[in-house]
Design a protein around this ligand. Structure first.
Ligand SMILES: C[S@@+](CC[C@H](N)C(=O)[O-])C[C@H]1O[C@@H](n2cnc3c(N)ncnc32)[C@H](O)[C@@H]1O
Length: 558
């Protein structure tokens, strides 16, 4: 179950549920669409999307960001109306048989402790098959002790359908119904909104505040608060032909001729923990790295330390500074290559009104800046512009900065999740909200600035084998919690079955419900929503380029 939740979470469940007024308990709000960055699980605390776990809070434990709402935590009252409903346990729930008589389950909210069940508890869970009413379950198990911690069946019935637990669903219709499992999604949405206590847009300053002041630790951040594609593939992976994300990216840049001649100054913006730089170094030869300056710019200071450490370990001549991508502290025409992996959705969003755009007058200085960019770029916003919409101002400012700092002939690669039509939606993560990138707008801006651009879906660019099956990220979070409770390490990654078996050994057969998705399945991390934008500033010196056939190199000038 957690599997489903987490996947959906990441993925992008893109339907509207405004019409859903369900006769349910534990779910209430009508919801806009869900979307995700690769967020894996829901955890108020560690994970950001993913992520994050343990009997308790995950990542940013105890910080204001991730407090669940009181309503979510309050046990249900088993009223007559509720007792009449039927109960369905969540599908694909990952359970762990710790001893012959003890099973563990993971509530969706990492603040909550693992649930330990005995045989009666397990029977209660398996009885939730959609045929049994809550009343019948209450009558049979209500007074029984259902686990080694002494909680009764009633205690469990009062909690399991709450969003924080999300172990079952009470209703009159099956949760899948005819709305594509809308009800499970409602649960998720409610949980996400519980993270911030706010629906939708969270303000223009929110993301910079989060990165500047609220991320105090780097450990666990990308496991527990926000998992990225590059983080899931930071170690060699069967899904990437035994390579890491960074290495495969470097190979493709080589294929495009981006290392010929080698860039002498590389800037990585928003480098997270620094794995990408580490892996790029692994792919390049020592002579390709010789004399190259690798500069990290990141808004989050604790991440910079990790970036420097990993980069220097592998021999990069690395430096950098805390900086905002929207105002790069770099001289004009000074950089050969910029890498920005999964960072655009973190840049400043602006919520504009149609009135502001049509009158060319923004209500604030920031809105005015956005309105002026729209006018200058002649962005085709169309006749169906809504009354209010979110505009990716930060990514546009960043792109203008790229144009300024790149040398003629300089290049940039930008990778992030996003959309091609419509308006950016907020994506709720623990502690912060990101915004889809509207790539049609961004590409339009790139061309207006003068860039030559190319655009791909990420799996297409990396030539990922689409039918490789990997563990759903929700299951990975559940396993991480089970391991944590036993003092064992377990890293969140995109495991194939063989890799998981190698990692877990004897523990694997004791897990029930692990399931694997084809990597191309939108239910796994929404990988196809991640796009690659390649930018090249014209005007460099002619570069020698070559193609290789059977060991011979054919050079040409372009
Ligand atoms: C989602 S993480 C991606 C990290 C890493 N590139 C990866 O793929 O795992 C976003 C990164 O961008 C940084 N960041 C967010 N907003 C930024 C901004 N406006 N300017 C510079 N860095 C920013 C964050 O601190 C973080 O390192």
């Amino acid at each position: 179950m957690q599997a489903i939740i987490a996947e959906r979470w990441l993925l992008q469940v893109r339907f509207l549920c405004d019409a859903c007024r369900l006769p349910t308990f534990g779910l209430v709000n009508p919801v806009p669409r869900l979307h995700s960055r690769g967020f894996g699980g829901i955890k108020y605390v560690p994970p950001r999307s993913v992520p994050r776990n343990g009997p308790g809070l995950p990542v940013v434990r105890g910080e204001k960001l991730m407090k669940p709402t009181v309503a979510i935590q309050k046990p249900l009252e088993l009223t007559d109306d509720l007792l009449k409903l039927r109960a369905w346990r969540m599908p694909d729930m990952v359970a762990y048989q710790h001893t012959p008589d003890e099973w563990w389950l993971t509530p969706l909210d990492d603040h909550l402790p693992l649930l330990r069940l005995n045989r009666f508890g397990l029977e209660l869970l398996t009885s939730m098959d959609g045929k049994t009413t809550v009343a019948a379950l209450q009558q049979k198990y209500g007074k029984w002790v259902c686990g080694p911690d002494g909680q009764t069946g009633r205690w469990h019935l009062e909690r399991w359908s709450l969003p924080g637990y999300s172990l079952c669903y009470f209703g009159t219709e099956p949760p899948a119904g005819d709305r594509h499992e809308a009800k499970w999604d409602l649960l998720l949405q409610q949980i996400r909104e519980g993270w911030s206590g706010q629906e939708g847009f969270e303000g223009e300053e929110h993301l910079s505040e989060f990165h500047l002041h609220e991320i105090t630790k780097r450990d666990g951040h990308f496991d527990q608060i926000e998992t990225t594609v590059s983080h899931l593939f930071r170690e060699p992976s069967e899904a990437l032909q035994g390579l890491t994300y960074g290495r495969i990216l470097a190979k493709h840049l080589r294929r495009l001729g981006w290392w010929t001649p080698k860039p002498r100054s590389i800037v990585e913006v928003g480098g997270g923990l620094g794995y990408l730089a580490r892996e790029l170094a692994g792919e390049l030869s020592p002579s390709e790295r010789l004399g190259v300056r690798y500069i990290f710019l990141d808004m989050t200071r604790p991440f910079l330390e990790s970036q420097f450490a990993l980069a220097r370990e592998v021999g990069w001549h690395a430096s950098g500074a805390q900086a905002n991508a929207e105002r790069l502290p770099l001289r004009d025409a000074s950089i050969d290559l910029v890498i920005d992996n999964e960072n655009l959705a973190d840049m400043t969003p602006v919520k504009l009104t149609r009135q502001e755009v049509q009158s060319d007058k923004g209500d604030t200085a920031l809105h005015q800046e956005a309105v002026e960019w729209i006018r200058r770029l002649r962005l085709p916003l169309g006749a169906d512009m809504p009354e209010e919409f979110i505009f990716n101002l930060g990514p546009i400012l960043f792109m203008a900065e790229l144009w300024r700092v790149l040398k003629p002939g300089g290049r940039a690669i930008l990778i992030e999740f996003g959309i091609e039509t419509g308006w950016p939606a907020p994506v709720k993560l623990p502690g912060h909200t990101e915004y889809e990138v509207q790539y049609t707008h961004l590409r339009h801006a790139a061309r207006w600035l003068g860039f030559q651009e190319q655009y791909f879906a990420l799996p297409q660019f990396l030539v990922i084998k689409p039918d490789t099956r990997v563990l759903c990220t929700g299951a990975a979070y559940a396993i991480q919690r089970f391991c944590e409770a036993q003092g064992k390490p377990f890293a969140i990654r995109a495991y194939t079955e063989r890799e998981l078996s190698k990692t877990l050994g004897d523990m694997l057969p004791k897990l029930v419900g692990c399931h694997y998705h084809e990597i191309s399945d939108p239910a796994w991390f929404g990988l196809w929503d991640f796009k690659v934008l390649l930018l090249e500033k014209p005007g460099g010196a002619p570069r020698p380029s070559f193609s290789e056939t059977k060991g011979f190199r054919w050079y040409s000038q372009r």
